[in-house]
Design a protein around this ligand. Structure first.
Ligand SMILES: [Zn+2]
Length: 115
């Protein structure tokens, strides 16, 4: 896959991640790139229901964190593409394999450093 195609893939991924996050979280403008999970409304339901909502909130928060991280990495990968440093491991500086980049286009570490 060439970089042009990969860039398109990253842009598409960025849009998808944003729309997923928008469904249940609100973007925090300060600091940039941080999202907050919306707390579900408590509309006078039973205590049990409230507990369920807290549980749901907790699981949404963990989903939010992983989506947020992926979005951050996607944005960084796009920035690196602009700079021409895309595909290099941020730890050891070696090239990240084609196979790995095809699987995870936003990868910023090689397979060895990611372990
Ligand atoms: Zn490395």
């Amino acid at each position: 896959m060439n970089n042009k195609k990969r860039r398109e893939k990253l842009i598409k991924q960025k849009k998808e991640l944003r729309s997923m996050l928008e469904r249940f979280a609100k973007e925090d403008t300060k600091p940039k790139g941080d999202w907050d999970t919306k707390f579900p409304k408590f509309d006078g339901g039973a205590l049990e229901e409230a507990a369920d909502e807290v549980e749901e909130y907790e699981s949404l928060r963990s989903v939010e964190h992983s989506l947020e991280l992926k979005l951050k990495k996607t944005n960084e990968a796009l920035e690196k593409m602009e700079e021409g440093s895309y595909g290099k491991c941020s730890e050891c500086g070696n090239a990240i394999s084609e196979k790995r980049l095809s699987l995870i286009p936003e990868a910023d570490k090689c397979k060895d450093c990611n372990n």
